[in-house]
Design a protein around this ligand. Sequence first.
Ligand code: 4NP
Length: 164
Amino acid sequence: MMGCMTSGTYRICVVCLGNICRSPMAEVVLRRTLADHGLDRRVVVESAGTGGWHVGGPMDARAERMLRRHGYDGSGHRARQFTRDWFDRYDLVLAMDRDNQAYLRSLAPKNVEVRLFRSFDPDAQPGAEVPDPYYGGDDGFEEVLTLLEAASEGVARHVARQIG
Ligand code: 4NP
């Protein structure tokens, strides 16, 4: 939709608020799922936050620990802030919740679709969000991981259809 496929690579950006919990977790989970579908050489996954408080910093330690416990590596993450001019870098922008989706839509060119990550989970209700785990305990991070794994399958199927 944004024309990056002219380069032969389909590009996805997953976006939350701080880019230290949900979206960096989504980035590594989705990357793994795409690899499982044999799509890793054709798809690039990146992440960002709508807020800039943590730019340049690592993933939240609780998020990284939860990932490690489940066999993922989040140690290379450095937080970034999404800005308006990034829309033409991506074919698909996926928001973790409705607030961030609304904010991204307010920045986006008219032709750009910003979807909720969980809209690709066939078992999720319309409008379902990945809840912000930042102010809670470890169980919130576990729930985030479960929700991300469920929706990532649907994202991978969508991408497979898009790139044929
Ligand atoms: P995230 O979680 O959006 O999943 O990365 C948050 C991280 C930091 C803040 C809020 C949410 N914060 O307010 O600093």
